[in-house]
Design a protein around this ligand. Structure first.
Ligand SMILES: [Ca+2]
Ligand SMILES: [Ca+2]
Length: 182
């Protein structure tokens, strides 16, 4: 047995072949990584959209859900829309607008149809490029006989957009305390 033969190192040719094979393999792996990154949504943008949507959802759901407009004297006593001089209907009542100092939105349903939102709950601007829209609709909640009827359950849908991307958050508000005013 020859000592030189069993312990000889790599030849230059073998080394070059090794480097070429590793380079080709690495290029393949990197190109897959590149493709995955470029086609996945930017996580920062998604997180920002979610934060905006959740903030708006909290703002809407924190409002009263009464039969009468809360400005109506019967708002705290009416047990149906028939008992109101100004019943609460889907959408804003006359003169109401979001964040108004005089006649602000005063019910969950007033937010229905609000679009092009660029401010958060505190009135401060949300980051540029993001916009939001809100819809509110009667929607029965729960299965069969146990369902909360549509008249006592509102589905709130907040849609936040950035570029061509939309993120939708849905939540329910039920009439658990119809006559309670803030
Ligand atoms: Ca109202
Ligand atoms: Ca309304």
């Amino acid at each position: 047995m020859s000592f030189e033969r069993t312990h000889r190192g790599l030849s230059l040719i073998e080394l070059i072949v090794f480097i070429v094979i590793v380079s080709v393999a690495l290029a393949g792996v990197l190109s897959v990584l590149n493709l995955t990154t470029s086609r996945s949504a930017d996580p920062m943008i998604r997180k920002q959209m979610l934060a905006i949507a959740e903030g708006l959802m909290d703002e809407v759901a924190a409002h009263p859900f009464t039969w009468c407009d809360p400005d109506d004297p019967a708002a705290a006593t009416a047990t149906s829309a028939a008992g109101c001089a100004t019943p609460e209907a889907l959408g804003a009542e006359g003169g109401e607008s979001r964040g108004s100092a005089v006649t602000p939105f005063d019910n969950v349903n007033d937010y229905n149809g609000l679009a092009g939102i660029t401010t958060g709950i505190t009135g401060t601007a949300i980051p540029p490029g993001y916009t939001a829209a809100i819809s509110v609709a009667q929607n029965a909640l729960g299965p069969g006989a146990a369902a909360v009827p549509a008249a006592a359950s509102l589905l709130i849908t907040v849609t936040v957009s950035f570029g061509g991307e939309n993120l939708i958050v849905e939540g329910y508000r039920t009439r658990y305390a119809p006559n309670v005013l803030p």
